[in-house]
Design a protein around this ligand. Structure first.
Ligand code: NAD
Length: 491
């Protein structure tokens, strides 16, 4: 099946008949041919979005919100089939795929409500008979560039606030997750988003992505992906003075203190390290364990990891699905080799799995590296796979220092029963998200989402924070005195 781009309300073939084959990472089965669109395709999509903007920005925001309420309902009706499609195209187990769609549902309803809120503010003027207010304006064409690991959630975090605030969209998903992206756009259209307001262009980053970054008609770029690509996106978008939001990688740590509930810690660590096969930006990849419980935690983790079933995420009973593709699996294995060479001990896993039913997939055994030290590459670089490193610490201060001493600052967590430790950790962990007595994953859509340092450029997605990125402030002064009043000069 050859997929089509969606431009100006029509499903259209790419200008050049070039495609990349999309396969199921669990079975190797071919799912679709994905267009490798070129600059001409992107140009048409941007032209359509630019042409649709003047009318869309004047649609009353509550009406735009009503469309999103319908989108939320439609996503609810289709939750299960979208989740199945997602598992087939990127491998996460069905329960997690349902959670991914649920995030999009939550975001649809939340942003739908913003249609009747999107608060600005009024404030007194310093002059008599003068009124002052600040209101939100849409910005224009939004370039939305997404990774493959949250095929419904991430596009919804970007598209729904962009739309409710009156922007139009050129959406370029990762070529690894074309199918859910296409369904999201179909749903938006069925629910009443007018032609040209949302345009979908499939293609590579180096060609379709670049064409978005270089086009002066694109006013803002919302990007989620790796730190390497993010750096480039920021530079290219910066040349054009575009507004750009970057959500990049993580090297997220769980701290386990001597007084922690170890069973609870094991639950939280296993869920956040091996859920989505470790391919979440918030995945736990380091455990900073106080010396007194290091051995006990290691043994419990190894025991629990033995119970994890690797397999096709569509099969009931599967705990951990495949990686996104074999190249990703091979990169994970390379990192395990690097860890071994640096002196880490492989306490569990450490091998690709190709037995029986898993022979055609991209499977890797959930892996625990122990005796890891903070300077090792496996303790500093994002692996983006099911590999967890255990680092021994003497106390909370050392744990916090190690947590903060990596280039990323997305999520962190602490397991402790001590209220003083808890509040010191909340104060001093330099990450955008902090969990107490839970793993590093599980963000809710009405709170700001994003990270510090190399995880981004200071913007936040979700919650009301998203409104700030997707709108422009306009300050309005209305003088009803009938005479010239000069601010700062006439009192
Ligand atoms: P990636 O950077 O390879 O690709 C992301 C997107 O950017 C894709 O659509 C890709 O085609 C596009 N792209 C690549 N080169 C481009 C270019 N030159 N110009 C424009 N676009 C370009 O990332 P990935 O492998 O798809 O995703 C995994 C990464 O995403 C991980 O680092 C992960 O931590 C990160 N991530 C971050 C968050 C977050 O919110 N912080 C969430 C999910 C994933």
């Amino acid at each position: 099946m050859e997929l089509k781009n969606f431009i100006a309300g029509e499903w259209v073939a790419p200008a050049q008949a070039r495609y990349v084959t999309k396969t199921n990472p669990a079975t190797g089965a071919t799912l679709a041919q994905v267009p490798l669109s070129d600059a001409a395709d992107v140009d048409r999509a941007i032209a359509a979005a630019a042409a649709a903007f003047p009318a869309w920005r004047r649609v009353p925001a509550p009406k735009r919100g009503e469309i999103l309420f319908r989108v939320g309902r439609r996503l609810e009706e289709r939750k299960d089939d979208l989740a199945r499609l997602m598992t087939a195209e990127m491998g996460k187990v069905l329960t997690e795929a349902r959670g991914d769609v649920q995030e999009a549902i939550d975001m649809a309803y939340y942003m739908a409500g913003e249609g009747r809120r999107s608060f600005g503010y009024t404030t007194p003027s310093e002059l008599t008979d003068k009124f002052a207010m600040a209101i939100r304006d849409p910005i224009g064409v939004a370039g939305i560039i997404t990774p493959w690991n949250f095929p419904a959630a991430i596009p919804s975090w970007k598209m729904f606030p962009a739309l409710v605030l009156g922007n139009t969209i050129v959406f370029k998903p990762a070529t690894d997750t074309p199918l859910v992206a296409g369904e999201m756009v179909k749903i938006l259209t069925e629910c009443g988003v007018p032609a040209g307001v949302v345009n979908l262009v499939y293609g590579s980053g180096s060609e379709a992505g670049e064409a978005i970054l270089g086009d002066p008609r694109v006013a803002l770029v919302s990007f989620t992906g790796s730190v390497e690509t993010g750096r480039h996106v920021a530079a290219r978008a910066g040349e054009g003075l575009k507004r750009v939001s970057l959500e990049l990688g993580g090297k997220n740590a769980v701290i386990v203190l001597d007084d922690a509930d170890l069973d609870l810690a094991v639950d939280g660590i296993v869920w956040s390290a091996f859920g989505t096969t470790g391919q979440r930006c918030t995945a736990c990849s380091r455990v900073l364990v106080q010396a007194g419980v290091y051995d006990a935690l290691r043994d419990r983790l190894v025991a629990r990891m033995k119970t994890l079933t690797l397999g096709d995420g569509l099969e009931p009973g599967t705990d951990v699905g495949p990686l996104i593709n074999r190249a990703a699996r091979d990169r994970v294995h390379e990192y395990v080799g690097i860890g071994r060479a640096e002196g880490a001990v492989v306490a569990a896993g450490g091998v690709p799995v190709e037995d029986g039913a898993l022979s055609a997939g991209a499977f890797y055994a959930p892996t625990l590296l122990t005796e890891v030290t903070p300077a090792m590459r496996v303790a500093r670089e994002e692996i983006f796979g099911p590999v967890l490193s255990m680092i021994r610490v003497q106390d909370l201060d050392e744990a916090i220092a190690i947590n903060n001493d990596v280039i990323y600052g997305l999520s962190s967590s602490i397991f402790t029963r001590d209220v003083n430790h808890t509040f010191r950790a909340i104060r001093d962990l330099a990450t955008g998200i902090v969990y107490v007595n839970a793993g590093t994953t599980g963000a809710e859509i009405h709170l700001p989402f994003g990270g510090t340092r190399g995880t981004g450029n200071g913007h936040r997605e979700a919650g009301t924070a998203a409104l700030d990125f997707f709108s422009e402030w306009k300050s309005v002064y209305v003088d009803f005195s009938g005479r010239l009043q000069r601010a700062q000069i006439d009192s």
